[in-house]
Ligand binder design. Sequence first.
Ligand code: GLC
Length: 417
Amino acid sequence: MKDTKQQWFKDAKYGLFIHWGLYSMLGGEYKGRKTTRIAEWIMNNFDISVEEYEKLAKEFNPVNFDADMMVRKAKEWGMKYVVFTSKHHDGFALYDSKCSDYNIVNATPYGKDVLKQLADACKKYGLKLGLYYSQAQDWHDPNGLMFRKENSHKDYQYYLDNKAKPQLREILTQYGEIGLIWFDTPMDESTYEQSKSMFDLVKSIQPNCIVSGRIGNGLGEYMTTADNFIPRLPYKGDWEVPATLNDTWGFNKFDNNWKDSKDIIPLLLKIVSRGGNYLLNIGPDGIGNVPEESIKILDEVGSYVNENQEGIFGTVRMDYYSYEPIGLELTQKPYKLFVHVFSPRPRIELLNIGNKIKNAYLLHNNEKLDFIAYRACEDAALIEVEIPEEMHEKAYYCVCLELEEERPIFEPLEDEA
Ligand code: GLC
């Protein structure tokens, strides 16, 4: 079972991923060709040479990149941490790196250390800062690995010793406290010893810094699910779902397949009830603007999160519940069961929950609700909570049930008994 031993991560529930780099300038298109894959992979997918791709740096002048605004927004959205791509697979560092000139300070007309700006903003708004670092793939370094390409001629150990580890040391020493390192795409070439030495390096500099699931060789301190995948069942260890708002991480000007906040909110609650964190992505464009659609979606999700925060933060993983009530998600904390309602109804019905209910009320305004708890004709426990008439057509609200007992009592289905 994965255990970060970091309470902030267990409590966080909700975070902001920021994918941003040279690829953001291309926005999913190179020399008239549009990519059908995630846009930050364009160099790999279109076989753009290092010399060609490097030219992007000379034009990178993201004057609208506003770290303070992004972190302030993340805070307003109810998020508790930010994870930023300090170096993605393309090998370009978004911070002032002394061990590779291929970085935003030395190689671009912009010349500013955006990671420093983000670190300052996170401190100012009280959010944890995590850093994505592509440890195995580096398409710029002659010895960095490249997915779906030939790597056998490369001296991977040389790359680790001369780029990856020195850069890790930099990001862990130059920007204050780093909440986690978000490693990604572990490759088969990495031996256990190589992954372990990266793990040990992180811990030797910042012992409380969490190492993400994708370091490889089973060394991660929490489970990172595959992109946009939600486990079917509650998972006991610490875990996180990285997820997109459209179908890309890095900016893609053609991708308008935006998810609806009405879908994102129930997904957040589903993840929270199963004990995980939801890390939602934004991909600013090449001049640093965050797509308006992302802001709109996250504003809407944020208003549910803020209004119903008691039913989200400080909750603990639910036990396995045999039913999937349609349009509802459940969360819990000691002596409380929260029912998040996502489809309109005159009353909430919950089957096979055998608690004694002390009180029922709407979370956003504390209005008390009538309820009864009894045995239905199949002898299953049934709780009914009456929704006030003026809310029958409404959804996206949360009802708190105060329980006599510390935890919800989910009665087994008959043949489980
Ligand atoms: C994938 C991709 C990567 C992205 C990441 C986010 O593994 O390689 O581009 O950063 O998922 O979860």
